[in-house]
Design a protein around this ligand. Sequence first.
Ligand SMILES: NC(=O)C1=CN([C@@H]2O[C@H](COP(=O)(O)OP(=O)(O)OC[C@H]3O[C@@H](n4cnc5c(N)ncnc54)[C@H](OP(=O)(O)O)[C@@H]3O)[C@@H](O)[C@H]2O)C=CC1
Ligand SMILES: O=C(CO)COP(=O)(O)O
Ligand SMILES: [Zn+2]
Length: 350
Amino acid sequence: MFEKTTWIKLPRNVLVGHGVLDDLGEAVGELYLTGRPLIVTSPTPDDIAGDRVRAQFDDPATAVVEEASFDAVEELKETAEAVDPGYLIALGGGKPIDIAKMAADHLGVGFVSVPTVASHDGIVSGRSSIPEGDTRHSVAADPPLAVVADTTLIADAPWRLTTAGCADIISNYTAVKDWRLARRLRNVEYSEYAGALSEMTAELLVENADMIRPGLEESAWVVVKALVSSGVAMSIAGSSRPASGAEHLISHQLDRTAPGRALHGHQVGVASIMTEYLHSGENGEWAAIRDALAELDAPTTAAELGIDDAELIAALTSAHEIRDRYTILQGGINEAAAIEVATATGVIDR
Ligand SMILES: NC(=O)C1=CN([C@@H]2O[C@H](COP(=O)(O)OP(=O)(O)OC[C@H]3O[C@@H](n4cnc5c(N)ncnc54)[C@H](OP(=O)(O)O)[C@@H]3O)[C@@H](O)[C@H]2O)C=CC1
Ligand SMILES: O=C(CO)COP(=O)(O)O
Ligand SMILES: [Zn+2]
C-alpha cells in the first residue's frame, strides 16, 4: 500500500545566463504570483543589484538582513506582517536565501531565488541551514518557485566564493559514501536517483575543472548548473543527505568553534579529503579529491582555511556530536586517529 506523500518539490523556472537579472520580472510574471514582492537581501547584493531588481516590480518592499539566524527569520516575518507581500525574492548569497526560504515557508508564500554568488548548493535546495547555539538545523522548507542566476553578476563576484561552490560540489563524493554506509548499517532510506545525480554532478564539475577560471562567465555557468543539480538531488532525497555527510559535520563544528574563518564550501572540501581517507584508506581517492580542489584554487589544508592544527583536530573528534546523522564518524574518532588522518592527507603538517 502506497502512502500519499509529496515526493519531489522543484523550481518551475530556472534561468541561468548572461544578463538574466533583467528578465526577473518576466520570469516572476510567468508564475502568476499576485501581490507585492518583498525583496530579502544583504548589504552587498543590495548595492550591486537591488535597484535593478526593484525597477522591475510595482511597489516592491526591501528587507536587508545582516546574519543567518532564527532571530533574523522572526524579524523578517515581522517585516512581512507590515508589508503583506504576495511572495519573497531572495537576492544574494546563502544568508538572505536561507532566511527568505524559511520565512516564506512559515508565511505560506512562495519565493524566488536570485543568487549573486555561486558559493554553495543551498541556492536551489529545499533546505535551510541555520545555526543555533551549539547545533545547526537543516530545516526542510519549500524550494524556490524559480531561480534566476545572472552569470555576468556571478562571474564578477569574488573568485573565492565560486571556488567555495565548487568545493561544496566536490564534497558530494564523500557525502554519498556516508549515505550508502548509513543505508548498509542503519537501513537509512536511500535514493538511487538522488545518489547517482549527486555523484554525477561532482564528476562533471571535476571533468570541466579546466574551464572554471576567475572572471569567466562560462565558469559561472558550469558552477551554477552543478549547484542547481546538487540542489535537485537534495529535493529528490527530501534531505541534504546526497550533499552532506561527515565532511559537513566537521565544517558545521568549525562554524561553531572558529566562526567566520573560512567559507562553508572550503571547509567541507578540506574535510572531504580526510573523510575519503577514512572511508577508503591510503589507496583511496583522497589524493584525487585534494588535487581536484587544488586545481580549482580551493584550499586543501587547515592552514589555508586559517584554522590551526588543534582547532582542526578538535572539530574532527567532536563532529559526530553535532547532529544525529550516521556517517563514517559515527561514535567519534579519537585524537590519535584524527592526527593520523589529518597528517597522512597533508591537511596538517607535523
Ligand atoms: N541551505 C543550504 O543548503 C546551505 C546553506 N548554507 C548557509 O549559507 C550561508 C553562507 O553562504 P554564503 O553565500 O557564503 O553567504 P553570504 O550570503 O554571507 O555571502 C557571502 C559574502 O558574499 C557577499 N556577496 C554576495 N553577493 C556578492 C557579489 N555579487 N559580489 C561580492 N560580494 C557578494 C556577501 O555580502 P554581505 O556581507 O553584504 O551579505 C557576503 O559577505 C551560511 O549561513 C550557511 O549556513 C551553506 C550551505 C548550504
Ligand atoms: O551544505 C549543505 C549541502 O551542501 C546542506 O547541508 P546541511 O544539511 O548539513 O546543512
Ligand atoms: Zn554544503
